[in-house]
Design a protein around this ligand. Structure first.
Ligand SMILES: Nc1ncnc2c1ncn2[C@@H]1O[C@H](COP(=O)(O)OP(=O)(O)O)[C@@H](O)[C@H]1O
Ligand SMILES: [Mg+2]
Length: 313
């Protein structure tokens, strides 16, 4: 069963095509990742799927309802965690959740039970009477996530849930995403962290400049890096020209070498021969399988630096 079906969804802002005819489906219970650098069109896609902005072209169904004509039915069945917090600074955590539960017409009898459950699940119970603005970034993000769950949605949209969080808060949030998945929620999440997509997502769409370049499981994407192994070598000095001539496609950074290869045995033999002749020493040698980052580079032609660029820097 598909929770989300997207066909040719497109958004123009003037001449800029922010989202360019994207198509994909998200299965019920799946964590689907939308991975791309800043400005790729991730937030715009979420805004269209959650009824906040109208597509220029294309169609989509969320929880079985048409996002164009059945927006209210869609909104009833989704929770959204936007990039910026949508809670009130001056209200307490409890008051914020109470306010949102009224907006969603959560039945009176259920309201407090639901809020209590969520605050406990998110480890916010002890902070229920703190004003929202007093919370740390990590706790704020958790409170926003709790608020997004108040109507017990089938589908959750998380827009860069861990951006701007410290390592510990980010890890705790990723843990919560795992818990929500176990609870059977369908999760559409955007991120510009390749590691995060790899860890959390059942399938990942790679989006660059509004276009989807690939959609697959992290494992299959890694296979598309196109090589079996990557050898990483550190020498006692810069490699001699003879070595660079013998090994085409060798990446050199100072004393470090990197070779992508389907035949690590053969490369090793060549390397050790050349290194022995040149009088250099081998300081370290490592063979690893391709990572999602290697696949990302191969599939997009972008440097991973592009992904590390945070918004506004
Ligand atoms: N309201 C808007 N008006 C004009 N351009 C916009 C608007 N929102 C986003 N954009 C542009 O659309 C592109 C995609 O933006 P966005 O969806 O926010 O990307 P991401 O979330 O992947 O960082 C960017 O070039 C951005 O500047
Ligand atoms: Mg964004």
């Amino acid at each position: 069963m598909h929770s989300i079906v997207v066909e040719g969804l497109t958004k123009y802002y003037g001449d800029l095509c922010a989202v360019d005819h994207v198509s994909f489906t998200v299965d019920a219970g799946e964590v689907f990742g939308y991975l791309g650098p800043n400005g790729a069109g991730k937030t715009t896609t979420i805004r269209m799927l959650t009824g906040l902005t109208r597509p220029s072209e294309g169609r989509a169904w969320v929880a079985g309802y048409d996002i164009l004509n059945e927006t209210l039915e869609v909104k009833r069945r989704i929770g959204v965690v936007p990039e910026a917090s949508n809670l009130y600074d001056e209200l307490t955590v409890w008051e914020n959740l109470e306010f949102i539960s009224r907006l969603y017409h959560v039945p009176r009898a259920e309201r407090h039970r639901r809020i209590r459950e969520l605050l406990k699940l998110f480890d916010l119970w002890d902070r229920r009477d703190s004003r929202f603005r007093r919370l740390s970034r990590g706790l704020k993000r958790r409170a926003v996530l709790a608020a997004a769950l108040i109507n017990d949605p089938e589908i959750l949209f998380l827009d860069e849930p861990t951006t701007g969080l410290d390592v510990v808060s980010a890890r705790s949030l990723r843990g919560l995403v795992g818990r929500l998945r176990e609870m059977g929620k369908t999760i559409f999440l955007t991120t510009h962290y390749i590691e995060e997509a790899d860890q959390l997502c059942d399938r990942v769409a790679i989006i660059v400049r509004g276009r989807i370049r690939a959609i697959d499981t992290p494992e299959n994407l890694k296979l598309r890096a196109g090589v079996k192994a990557i050898l990483e070598v550190e020498l006692s000095d810069r490699p001699p020209a003879s070595l660079l001539e013998r090994l085409r496609g060798l990446e050199v950074e100072g004393r470090q070498l990197r070779v992508h290869t389907d035949n690590p045995q053969e490369i090793l033999r060549l390397l050790t021969g050349e290194i022995g002749r040149s009088g250099l020493r081998l300081l370290s040698l490592r063979s690893r399988s391709p990572t999602l980052e290697d696949a990302f580079i191969k599939l997009t032609g972008l440097s991973p630096e592009v992904m590390r660029r945070e918004k506004g820097i």
